[in-house]
Design a protein around this ligand. Sequence first.
Ligand SMILES: CC(C)(COP(=O)(O)OP(=O)(O)OC[C@H]1O[C@@H](n2cnc3c(N)ncnc32)[C@H](O)[C@@H]1OP(=O)(O)O)[C@@H](O)C(=O)NCCC(=O)NCCS
Length: 145
Amino acid sequence: MEFEAHLPPFDDRLLGSVRDLAFLVWGEFDLDLQWRLSSMPNPMVLSASSSGHLLAFKCGYALTQTRYYSWLGAVHPDHRRQGLASRLTEMQHAWLAGRAYTAVETAADKDNTAMAALNLRHGFVPHGLRTEPQRIQILYAKQLP
Ligand SMILES: CC(C)(COP(=O)(O)OP(=O)(O)OC[C@H]1O[C@@H](n2cnc3c(N)ncnc32)[C@H](O)[C@@H]1OP(=O)(O)O)[C@@H](O)C(=O)NCCC(=O)NCCS
């Protein structure tokens, strides 16, 4: 298994693999991946691959100089509960803590119990709800050392 942290400029092949995995996990939806990763500040993509195949990813970007948003992540359905999301989360938080970031934030749908368990396990604290027309999300934040 290969774990990597990617910074801009992002390789087209990496973005294509992220898109493919996102499509496998969520189906057709409006994934403004290219826009966010080229328009938002300090984007980063973390990946877990095996034999050149992307098995998991996590993307994020800065909200301010000190707050980072862990935006989107997924693990291939055949490779869940093997610690991949945990490993990418730890990599992301270590990378952020080594820089000027003092907090990482994320959001997950209210009924996403796997994500809730993962977030709580990695020190996120729920701090509010975001209500959108089609869904309600729990907002999480974690202070970084
Ligand atoms: C949520 C998700 C990323 C977890 O990935 P994963 O690699 O399976 O997670 P890990 O193996 O690192 O799990 C770490 C811990 O999270 C919790 N967890 C993970 N999946 C869980 C599940 N289905 N139910 C309950 N707890 C779960 C557990 O505490 C787990 O530790 P354990 O296996 O020792 O009990 C994965 O299920 C996924 O891709 N879901 C669909 C995409 C998604 O919802 N993304 C979030 C929106 S941005």
